[in-house]
Every structure is written in structure tokens, then in C-alpha cells.
Ligand binder design. Structure first.
Ligand code: DGY
Length: 304
């Protein structure tokens, strides 16, 4: 038996302005949001008691106040799994682009630097994965997909941290270690863990000082995991060799931001899951979660 659902869609190119969201949510049974919408008590109260489900078009849920949602008995749907491969591929790409200085090299061509340096043996030299130790911070779905791909690059060791035991990580040749040990031993530190109150700002001055001066830091998770001022200082002061960021604070990053002035920092605009197939899969899953949450049937990917 079909049940008719009425939809109200924000179809602007920019995220829905906060006032507009607050104006439109009253009386809705479901909200399908992006990571750009902060779903907090104010939005939930504005929606009122009809609200049954919040379905986010993302695997990350740090834009949703989960305690406030739980307290109101509202369900939360998200999009795990369908974006794992796209994000793992992007992570590897960003790691190579940073370590081998892709963007900097491109700029050198445009600015005439190539003509000046011809083929000078040490010009544009970077780091290679082969034979290195790679540390993955957070062995969730994406971290594990990355571990599998790294094996093909014949790295020496893959270390990881995890909130709960991850026997599949060991089975694939990885080794679980404490965060500090990972920082000290890794040539590449790749952050794939979720942003939570516990992980907020975990990459700070102390963390960068523990890393090798030759280390490459990659973040594809959330900007909030990093104290960005400390990162800028670490990159300027040579505490680490370079960084590659798909995520930062704020997003979008202003075009004059200090991170964008640093030759040893590769920045891309939060495109981890941006493949056509993955975005369609995410859209489908988010819609299915929304409909199931409203109808009270089993949601394909329910967080709460
Ligand atoms: C997610 O799904 O959380 C990504 O960061 C957005 O693509």
C-alpha cells in the first residue's frame, strides 16, 4: 500500500540559511540534511513533536546533536558503507599528491620555475610510500579500506589506533598501537577517525611535536580534529614535513587563509566522497532512511 509523502525541498545552490531552515521545519515528520546544517535543540524544538527522523546525507554525524535527538526519541539515519571506497581512494590520492608535491609542481610550471631548475636532481623531491611506516588514526570502515590499499604500495609497517579491538586490522598485517606511539613511529600519519568530543583538537602542538620532522600528515575526516593554528606553526617551523587536508575549519576555507599560503600544505575542498556513483548511492540511502523513519519500518542505515 502506497503512502503519500509531501516533500518540501530547498533547491538553492548554497546551503539553506539557518533562519530559512527554522522557518520551514515546524510540523515536519522527517528532515533530510547535509553536513552544512547544524541539527541542534533549536531546530528540533522548532520542528516539534511530529519529527520522527533526521536523515543525513553523510557518514559523519558531528553536525547533529545526538544527545538532543536521543532525548526526544527521534531516529537518525546516515550513509555508511556506500562512500567507503571513494573516500579511501581520495585519501590515497591526497597522500600521494602531498608527498610528491603535485600542486606545488604544477604551480612551478605555471610560474616558470621548471625552466629555471631544468632537471636539477633534488628539485621537487618528495617522500615515497614504499618501505615507510604509515599510521592510520581510527580503523573504521574508511581506515580499513585504506589499509588494504596501502598494502599494494609495499609499505614497511601499517600502525593504527582504534576505539575497540579490530582483529581484521591485525589479520591484514596492521598493528594496533597507542596514539603517541603511532605519532612517533609513522612517516605518514593519516587521520580517518570520527569527530567526537573526545577527538576534538587531538592533533595539537604536542601531537605535531611528537611526529617526525619528516612526517606527512593527512586529514580526510573533519577539520575539528586539528588545532589549525598549531598545524600552521608546525608546517612553518618544520616540526612536520607537509600536510594534505580534505577537511578544515571553517569550510569553505577563505581564499586568503594561512594554510593556503604554505608550499608544504596541499588543500582540497572536502571532496572525499565526491564521485558521481557515490553521491547517487548516498542520496538513495539517505532518502530510504528518511522514508523508513517516517513510516516506522526498518531503516537501512540507522545510527540511533
Ligand atoms: C561524510 O559523509 O561525512 C563526508 O564527510 C561528506 O561527504
Amino acid at each position: 500500500m502506497y503512502q503519500r509523502l509531501d516533500l518540501e525541498v530547498w533547491d538553492g545552490d548554497q546551503p539553506i540559511p539557518r533562519e530559512e531552515l527554522l522557518k520551514r521545519v515546524p510540523g515536519k515528520q522527517g528532515i533530510l540534511c547535509l553536513i552544512t546544517e547544524k541539527i541542534d535543540s533549536q531546530v528540533l524544538d522548532a520542528a516539534g513533536s511530529c519529527l520522527k527522523v533526521v536523515s543525513t546525507f553523510s557518514v559523519g554525524t558531528d553536525h547533529i546533536d545526538l544527545e538532543a535527538v536521543k532525548a526526544r526519541g527521534i531516529k537518525v539515519g546516515y550513509t555508511p558503507g556506500v562512500l567507503t571506497d571513494a573516500v579511501a581512494e581520495l585519501t590515497l590520492g591526497l597522500t600521494l599528491a602531498t608527498a610528491r608535491r603535485f600542486f606545488q609542481s604544477h604551480r612551478e610550471i605555471l610560474s616558470g620555475g621548471w625552466e629555471k631548475s631544468a632537471w636539477s636532481p633534488l628539485w621537487m623531491c618528495g617522500k615515497q610510500l614504499h618501505g615507510c611506516t604509515v599510521g592510520i588514526v581510527g580503523l573504521g570502515r574508511i581506515g580499513f579500506a585504506l589499509l588494504l590499499r596501502l598494502k599494494a604500495f609495499q609499505v614497511k609497517d601499517i600502525l593504527y589506533t582504534a576505539r575497540s579491538p579490530k582483529p581484521h586490522g591485525e589479520a591484514e598485517g596492521g598493528k594496533e598501537v597507542k596514539f603517541e606511539e603511532l605519532l612517533q613511529k609513522s612517516d605518514f600519519v593519516i587521520c580517518t577517525c570520527a569527530l567526537t568530543p573526545e577527538t576534538q583538537g587531538m592533533f595539537d602542538k604536542r601531537a605535531f611535536q611528537l611526529m617526525k620532522p619528516s612526517a606527512v600528515f593527512i586529514n580526510i575526516s573533519r577539520g575539528g580534529l586539528v588545532n589549525q593554528d598549531d598545524l600552521v606553526e608546525a608546517l612553518k617551523g618544520g616540526e612536520i614535513w607537509g600536510a594534505g587536508l580534505d577537511v578544515m575549519t571553517p569550510e569553505p576555507l577563505p581564499s586568503h587563509h594561512p594554510l593556503l599560503q604554505l608550499a608544504n600544505c596541499t588543500v582540497i575542498p572536502h571532496i572525499g566522497s565526491a564521485t558521481e556513483k557515490t553521491r547517487l548511492d548516498m542520496a538513495r540511502l539517505a532518502a530510504e532512511n528518511l522514508i523508513a523513519g517516517i513510516k516506522g519500518t526498518s531503516m537501512p542505515a540507522q545510527l540511533l
